[in-house]
Design a protein around this ligand. Structure first.
Ligand code: HEC
Ligand code: HEC
Length: 290
């Protein structure tokens, strides 16, 4: 449609473009001036931007721009700064004694953060995300310890493991008294009553009397004559009402019959020194540290 054929819209007095849809006509308003200026400004800006910044893809490369900007280099630099930071902290965490780490607030805070994340990655699968434990996996929050709850005990357990493949592993082996026919089923039931009596729960006084000698002969070497356990064997206190496998009679019979022999992997070869130190400080701080 040529220009002279255009009509004026009789409401607004503005010329129409001649486009019409179902009786609605398009007005031919010019673009606002401010909008145009911004538009031209953007074009000028983009030309400057192409020159200064990386902009155009080429076949095997791209135009790098005069400013030498590169996000990849920035990421690399900040990663290196982070690594240097961590290396410095790691150096301090591996050189300091655990006691020094725990008494220096800044170092302790860093060790706890490091330890928490390493715990989540390596330990939570067995000990629970808060170290609360599960059947067969000790609770690390309480003050009941099989092998000892001092900083150095904890670090040693983490480093060598328990019944692990490490050559210096903590180890001991409660015999499978029933499976290996060291004791008869009736003797084992009596011993279970005896174990219940140690935490004041036996209902069969005669069985407790009958089992006394068998306990002294078969169990006291590891659990102590008083049943309070011995750490050099990782043998739990049977008097405290805290159970690794369960304190009901059926479970105790099962433990005596087949024994348990829980396995804790060794971490000495898998984690570096600062991580193991951080883990020891973290576990010690969970609640039951000695
Ligand atoms: C595959 C399961 C498993 C994983 C993973 C594991 N543990 Fe253990 N942990 C055990 C078992 C089982 C025991 C108890 C062993 C026993 O019967 O003496 C134990 C015992 C311990 C003890 C000794 C508790 C005490 O009462 O003396 C500490 C400390 C400990 N674990 C810390 C850790 C830390 C820290 C990690 C992560 C680096 C970790 N564990 C990873 C299974 C595991
Ligand atoms: C060679 C040392 C040793 C001897 C002997 C021994 N135990 Fe144990 N006992 C252990 C260890 C170590 C554990 C820790 C569990 C494991 O093996 O993972 C344990 C665990 C137990 C538990 C489980 C406790 C819990 O918290 O769930 C009971 C119950 C128990 N022993 C009873 C006995 C009785 C009864 C005898 C004697 C008939 C006996 N033990 C002889 C080392 C011994």
């Amino acid at each position: 449609m040529s220009k002279h054929e255009r009509e004026l819209d009789h409401v607004s007095g503005v010329e129409t473009t001649g486009h019409e849809w179902d009786g609605i006509k398009e007005l031919d308003n010019p673009l606002p001036r401010w909008w145009l200026w911004i538009f031209y400004g953007c074009i000028v800006w983009s030309i400057g931007y192409w020159v200064v910044m990386p902009a155009w893809p080429l076949l095997t490369d791209y135009t790098r721009g005069t400013a030498g900007h590169s996000q990849r280099l920035e990421v690399k630099a900040s990663l290196e700064a982070l690594k240097a930071d961590r290396a410095a902290l790691g150096e301090r965490l591996s050189k300091a004694t655990l006691q020094q780490i725990e008494t220096d607030p800044a170092m302790q805070e860093a060790a706890l953060a490091w330890g928490r994340s390493a715990f989540g990655d390596n330990c939570a699968t067995c000990h629970g995300s808060g170290g609360q434990g599960a059947k067969g996996y000790p609770n690390l929050n309480d003050d009941v310890w099989l092998w000892g709850g001092s900083l150095d005990d904890i670090r040693h357990t983490i480093t060598v493991g328990v019944r692990s493949t490490h050559e210096e592993t903590r180890t001991s082996q409660m015999p499978a008294f029933g499976r290996d026919e060291i004791l008869q089923p009736a003797e084992i039931r009596d011993l279970a009553e005896y174990v219940l009596s140690l935490s004041g729960r036996s209902t069969d006084a005669a069985a407790v009397v009958r089992a006394k000698e068998a306990f002294v002969n078969n169990c006291a070497a590891c659990h102590g004559e008083d049943g309070k356990g011995k750490r050099e064997f990782g043998a739990p206190d049977l008097t405290d009402g805290d159970w690794l496998y369960g304190g009901d009679k059926a479970t105790i019979v099962e433990t005596i019959t087949n024994s348990r022999s829980g396995v804790m992997p060794s971490w000495g070869a898998r984690l570096d020194a600062p991580t193991i130190n951080a883990l020891a400080v973290y576990v010690h701080a969970l609640g039951g540290g000695e």
